[in-house]
Ligand binder design. Sequence first.
Ligand code: PLP
Length: 393
Amino acid sequence: MTTDETIAVEQALEIPTYSKMPMALVRGDGSYVYDTEGNAYLDFYGGHCVCILGHCPPRVVKAIQKQAGELLFYSNVAHSPIRAAAAQSVVELAPDGLGNVFFANSGSEANETALKLARKYTGRSGAVAISGGFHGRTLGALATTHKSMYREPYLDVLPETHFAPYGDIDAIADLLASGEIAAVILEAIQSIAGMRMASTSFMQELRELCTEHGTMLILDEVQTGVGRTGTFSISEHYGITPDLITMAKSLGAGVPVSAVLVHDDIAETVESGDQGSTFGGGMLAMAAVKATLDQIVDERLMSRAEEIHSRLADALGSSVAELRGKGCLIGLKLDQPVAPVIEALRDHGVLVGGSVDPHVMRLMPPLTTTDAEIEVFASALTAALDTVADLEV
Ligand code: PLP
């Protein structure tokens, strides 16, 4: 199918989801993807923050191919050595005390599971989330997603959630004082909101508050997890241990899989039948998780995250107003609206993402990004800014 045919068929048959980039992708290799016309794009959008090892990482591809030939699928109703190995890899990297894992298929499913486990453990029902936060679109996760356009049509079926203003620890303290809150859920870096990163003092105070009130702290690491910010969990950066951590996107380097890392105390209260998922923990996903984490550990790629961040800062110099985020979860704030710049970047062969903040574009490059690719990005940004400036003359 050509690009035009592909777009026409998708528009006719799929319900609308995201606003799509105007090309059809057919191949990927390392940091690059290729469209039906043979155009190459440097993918600093990382396939939607997923492709942490670049596109089609050979070690992961090989592991999936091997697993597919041996046992393509059997659900969690049977034991599986590859699931056991994946669980070991996750738990070895997880913060101390989070010695249990539940495998699911998406970020939303992981967050819903974490919220359910917190409710069961505490015997309470309320949740607190943060304005600007995004935790998914299935009903349980949607309840904690802030954007009113997403939530309001479903308010009658969403579990009760209180939203605290961003960074306002006193507002959270007031809400927890009721003694009725099962969990606080938040992203340490609010990606979609424009890569807003919580301060260390905020995160440490929040940890103390939750402990004081017997409320579970759920860290949504759907974007920050798996080493993207330089440590397996961003909680290590803050020196805190959450009660539950959710990870998705990067966990299978492109294969759909998510995980809830569960504190041992909470895990003790979970009974068979409380949670389950036919496809969660499926063998292909488990082979992908194991291979992804093995490569990240063996090649010490987590330490590359901060190097990429600082090299990018050096390469961009004063062409951006502010560089946000951490490691390979990066926000570039410009003095001008980013939408036309993102479009011009695409014309110059580079993919990045937008955000809710009209002045912030998001970069989620793989941990395998080379210094040469950072230079390619910096040159493309200069060219894109020139293109936009020319258009405005
Ligand atoms: N949490 C965060 C922080 C996310 O960015 C997303 C998706 O972008 C989700 C949860 C939902 O994940 P999924 O789309 O896999 O359900």
